[in-house]
Design a protein around this ligand. Structure first.
Ligand SMILES: *[C@@H]1O[C@H](CO)[C@@H](O)[C@H](O)[C@H]1NC(C)=O
Ligand SMILES: *[C@@H]1O[C@H](CO)[C@@H](O)[C@H](O)[C@H]1NC(C)=O
Length: 179
């Protein structure tokens, strides 16, 4: 879902190009260990064009999505480091989930049993999840980005952090440049 926010944010930039997305890596940078057992996380190439994400874990306590915040921020790689671009969005987890923002919820539900509001303890999974590139905007500014997604309690205590490293590369347009 962070990718959806990312691409939605990208439209705020001025200059944009037709592009190809390269996924360098998606990492689970942090999770609250007292809440989760048997965490499994795998992001890898599925075939020549698609990547695939597998996640599963056992949640040890009930969580109320209304009391969780979800923050996405986009960092751009400039002068050898990832710098904040100022593109940030914060949502209430339950609200984001139930309003199906960017169609994220209905899309994610096809791949697993994740919940966003009354999150009961138990086993959760997301299998063979592939970003739906047909939903991406056609034009974005080229460059290397790190999209960070945090889930935190209202108190600010972190629960989860993902970091997604992607590159938007120039796409040669055959009609213009010939093959
Ligand atoms: C890769 O897998 C996806 C999903 O099964 C499929 O839609 C796509 O066409 C495949 N790409 C190639 C190059 O086989
Ligand atoms: C993801 O998990 C499913 C179900 O266990 C499995 O069939 C699939 O091969 C896994 N995908 C990868 C990339 O390991």
């Amino acid at each position: 879902m962070l990718l959806y926010l990312f691409v939605a944010c990208m439209c705020m930039f001025g200059v944009a190009y037709e592009y190809i997305v390269d996924y360098e890596k998606l990492e689970l940078a942090y999770y609250e260990k007292s809440l989760v057992r048997d965490a499994y996380f795998l992001f890898r190439k599925y075939n020549r064009t698609n990547h695939c994400l597998n996640v599963s874990f056992v949640l040890l306590k009930d969580l109320d999505g209304r009391k969780l915040q979800f923050t996405t921020s986009v960092h751009q790689f400039l002068s050898n480091e990832y710098k904040k671009t100022g593109m940030e969005a914060t949502y209430n987890v339950c609200e984001y989930w139930s309003r199906d923002i960017y169609g994220t919820t209905s899309f994610i539900k096809k791949f697993g049993n994740l919940e966003g509001c009354d999150i009961k303890k138990g086993f959760y999974y997301l299998y063979n999840f592939m970003p739906d590139e047909s939903q991406f905007p056609k034009f974005v500014p080229l460059g290397r980005y790190m999209i960070q997604m945090n889930v935190v309690r209202k108190s600010g205590a972190p629960l989860l952090r993902f970091q997604w490293f992607v590159t938007a590369r120039f796409k040669l347009n055959n009609r213009v440049y010939g093959v």
